[in-house]
Ligand binder design. Structure first.
Ligand SMILES: NC(=O)c1ccc[n+]([C@@H]2O[C@H](COP(=O)([O-])OP(=O)(O)OC[C@H]3O[C@@H](n4cnc5c(N)ncnc54)[C@H](OP(=O)(O)O)[C@@H]3O)[C@@H](O)[C@H]2O)c1
Length: 286
């Protein structure tokens, strides 16, 4: 029986990246749908849950993606609302790679060490990757501050995280290099999750920080989001701190994304969001 992955994307054009990784993760056929929303997803889900016998349902799965994490979360909930009894299929949420990217990054940061009690600053953390990194770090016992250019938007992001995951993340407005440098003065961990090509911090602004132990940058498009970190860094020591670049931990992101897709076809009731994907990442890191 063919393994079918229904790719529900909240954007008009379904992500090619997610499509390719779905095939590489073991799907026999990936069927992409664009502009999927809670309002129009019902019939699509019914088609997935009513068509195969109970023992065969694990061969159908759903992937929710798209550029907007809030829209993805709403769609993810709407899909689950259509499930009942054993009329369900496995599904995964990874809008903009938020869960797999953040999980890979935080799994590397926590690999072989406890982060409990540390202070982390996530620079430009209001996007999908920053939001999920904040959740995963907070759940590791880290006190997390998340910066954005505007306080109201940043606070709204932290409020949404608290409501959905029950963790406290502190909002801080840091619109320029100087304010971001001030924000990281007491940090044990700095994670850059800014939009591609945006410089968030200069090397001189972090290299002598006395408390800083771990520094990671998710941006893979030059120039680096955090200057002085190489794309390929994977726990490389720089100025006495361990540095992680976007490709350095991105290899785990890709492997994790594929592994998650593969798991969708092992049962018909798996639900992969932040906690589950992070748990899988921790088994794969190193
Ligand atoms: N390594 C990997 O495997 C991998 C995988 C996926 C994504 N990525 C990368 O991870 C990063 C984060 O992804 P994302 O989708 O979460 O990012 P995003 O939503 O595109 O951007 C994150 C935040 O950057 C801030 N920002 C935008 N323009 C800015 C500017 N000129 N100055 C300062 N801040 C600015 C915005 O925050 P405010 O408007 O609130 O200030 C935005 O919410 C991106 O660089 C992406 O390319 C890496």
């Amino acid at each position: 029986m063919k393994k079918l992955l229904y790719q529900f994307d909240t954007d008009a054009l379904p992500s090619v990246f997610d499509n390719v990784v779905a095939y590489d993760g073991g799907a026999d056929q990936v069927i992409p749908y664009g502009s999927v929303s809670p309002e129009n997803v019902g019939g699509l889900v019914e088609g997935a849950i009513f068509t195969r016998a109970p023992k065969d349902k694990k061969n159908t799965a759903i992937f929710v993606g798209g550029g907007n994490l809030l829209a993805g979360e709403a769609l993810f909930q709407a899909v689950q609302k259509k499930f009942f009894s054993n009329f369900r299929v496995s599904l995964m949420l990874d809008s903009n790679g938020a869960n797999t990217t953040a999980a890979a990054c935080v799994a590397w940061l926590s690999h072989g060490r406890s982060l409990q009690g540390m202070e982390a600053v996530i620079l430009a953390g209001t996007g999908p990757v920053g939001q999920r990194a904040a959740v995963m770090l907070a759940q590791e016992g880290v006190r997390v501050t998340l910066t954005g250019r505007q306080l109201d938007r940043t606070q709204a992001t932290c409020d949404a995280i608290a409501q959905r995951f029950g963790v406290t993340v502190h909002a801080l407005a840091a619109p320029d290099l100087a304010s971001r440098a001030a924000a990281v003065q007491q940090a044990d961990i700095i994670v850059g999750t800014g939009a591609a090509g945006v410089v968030l911090l200069e090397e001189a602004q972090w290299k002598d920080l006395p408390r800083l132990k771990l520094i990671a940058d998710a941006n893979a498009s030059p120039p680096a989001g955090i200057a002085g970190i190489d794309l390929m860094d994977k726990g490389r020591e720089r100025h006495g701190k361990l540095a992680f670049g976007a490709i350095g931990f991105g290899a785990l992101k890709l492997a994790l994304h594929r592994a998650c897709v593969a798991r969708l076809f092992e049962q018909n009731d798996l639900r992969l969001d932040a906690a589950e994907i992070y748990a899988i990442a921790k088994t794969m890191v190193g």
